[in-house]
Design a protein around this ligand. Structure first.
Ligand code: BG6
Length: 483
């Protein structure tokens, strides 16, 4: 727990992530009274700016309605800015002096000069910054926490190298690796659904479940991000991290407690039962122009250097878990950009009903809709009211906007930064977890890249490659009419 004060240093304060996520989340926490006493925020980046210019920028990032003006001014009053280089001791010494002055002015005693370093930075400067911080800004005798953002490497080797370099500077206990999907309300709800409901607990296995499908769909392409995206592709950008975290929460055994290490131990254990994903269990695609020609194809993106790129913007992969609970159940991971809708959900499809009575009825399906419109619903068969004995598929529907309309769903980053302030690692990725995830994905990624497997083209705004339905059918997935 934190005593004294805390200075939150946002490194990369003028970058995209800080602008879109970090500052709005920090303000959300401030506004709702979650900052510990004596919290200060220091922005750090290369751009030279005065405090006034910085405040103007931060206000633009936060975009709050006029009614919050007073709180925004209070937030700005604890926010300052320092410019500096990412690879120069002198710059970090200057940053350190700035923080020391804040601590002294607030009468924070030695031993309580806690610091949180939020690295909203591109991977190229990651290690130089971590070194500069450790050498010049680390608060000796107090608590230090370092928040890092993906990409955590490109494959197993590069991830291990990064981990080794970071591990030489900070202890695992000081490091918080963000996967923002772990901060999403419905992802956090998975453990509650599974372990606080006796009926889910008893059917959560290969005896009752036919397949599990985790889907991520975005209706826009890589517009403006082609440079970054082309190096990574959809498998590294979304599947290996976000969807895999969801999979581990769905598949793990019950942790012995709610402690961060108990939860992460279970996640690692289940991931260790997954063999590397093979190319024959993968379908990859890349978007072309929209059917009406108004939206450009991936290769036409101005920020893309390689116009012959074979980087997938869509992928469906199947993971198998070789343990008693899940043997033979395919976990279908599907993600794509420039598709027909915006949706992230989990579909757990149950087995066909046995026996002769109701042979033709659709399967039960439990759907956890992560976004938009958070919901949990169960598709089940019901007698159609009336004089016949016809069945109809209906939903037991828990839509959040109806049931919890008076409750605010916090942004994922808000939830995660609060966890960091509280020192809770449950929703952060541990280094061994990352290592297993890369072990499962690296052979596939390398094979796709070395053999230059050409992704199947699909139209911008479509459901993905035409072969998709056929592909998932191979794994026993049957499409219900979508809700
Ligand atoms: C990021 C990816 O991690 O997640 C992006 O880099 C993706 O490509 C984003 O768009 C999706 O996040 P969300 O919260 O909008 O679902």
């Amino acid at each position: 727990q934190l005593h004294g004060g805390i200075t939150i240093v946002v490194l990369g304060a003028s970058g995209d992530l800080a602008k879109k996520k970090t500052f709005p989340a920090l303000f959300g926490l401030y506004r709702n009274g979650f900052f510990p006493p004596k919290t200060h925020i220091v922005g750090y980046a290369r751009t030279k700016m005065t405090h006034e210019e910085y405040h103007k920028r931060v206000s633009q990032y936060i975009k709050v309605p006029e009614v919050f003006r007073k709180q925004l001014n209070e937030f700005l009053a604890i926010s300052t800015y320092v410019d500096g280089q990412y690879d120069e001791d002198a710059s970090y010494q200057n940053l350190n002096k700035h923080i020391e002055k804040i601590e002294n002015d607030s009468h924070i005693a030695d031993g309580h000069k806690n610091r949180l370093f939020y690295m909203a930075l591109p991977p190229s400067v990651f290690i130089p910054v971590a070194k500069g911080l450790k050498k010049n800004v680390y608060s000796r005798g107090s608590i230090n926490r370092v928040v890092v953002e993906k990409p955590f490497g490109m494959d197993l080797d590069s991830s291990r190298r990064l981990d080794k370099e970071l591990g030489a500077l900070f202890s695992e206990d000081e490091i918080y690796r963000i996967d923002h999907y772990l901060g999403k309300e419905m992802v956090k709800n998975i453990m509650t659904l599974r372990f606080a409901n006796v009926f889910f607990g008893s059917i959560w296995n290969a005896q009752h479940i036919e397949n599990v499908q985790i889907t991520f769909k975005e209706p826009f392409g890589t517009e403006g991000r082609g440079g970054y995206f082309d190096e990574f592709g959809i498998i590294r950008d979304v599947i290996q991290n976000h969807l895999f975290q969801v999979l581990s929460l769905l598949a793990m055994e019950r942790p012995i407690s709610m402690s961060a290490e108990a939860i992460r131990d279970e996640k690692v254990k289940v991931l260790r039962c997954i063999p590397p994903i093979v190319v024959s269990d993968a379908l990859v695609g890349q978007y072309g122009k929209s059917v009406d020609g108004t939206k450009p194809g991936y290769l036409e993106d101005d920020t893309l250097k390689n116009k012959q790129s074979v980087t997938p913007t869509f992928a469906t992969l199947v993971a198998w878990i070789n343990n008693e609970r899940w043997q033979g159940v395919p976990f279908i991971l599907k993600a794509g950009k420039a598709l027909n809708e915006s949706k992230v959900d989990v579909r757990i499809q149950f087995k066909n009903v046995a026996g002769q009575l109701f042979k033709e009825v659709p399967r039960n399906e439990l759907v956890i809709r992560v976004q938009p419109n958070e919901a949990v619903y169960m598709k089940f068969n019901n007698k159609l009211p009336g004089l016949s004995f016809q069945t109809t598929i209906s939903e037991l529907d828990l839509s959040y906007h109806r049931r919890y309309s008076d409750l605010r769903i916090p942004d994922a980053y808000e939830a995660l930064i609060l966890d960091v302030l509280r020192g809770d690692h449950s929703n952060f990725v541990r280094n061994d977890e990352l290592d297993v995830a890369w072990t499962i994905f690296t052979p596939l990624l390398h094979e796709l890249e070395t053999s230059k497997v050409k992704p199947i083209e699909y139209a911008y705004g479509s459901r993905g490659p035409k072969q998709l339905d056929e592909f998932v059918k191979r794994y026993g997935f049957r499409r219900h009419q979508e809700q």
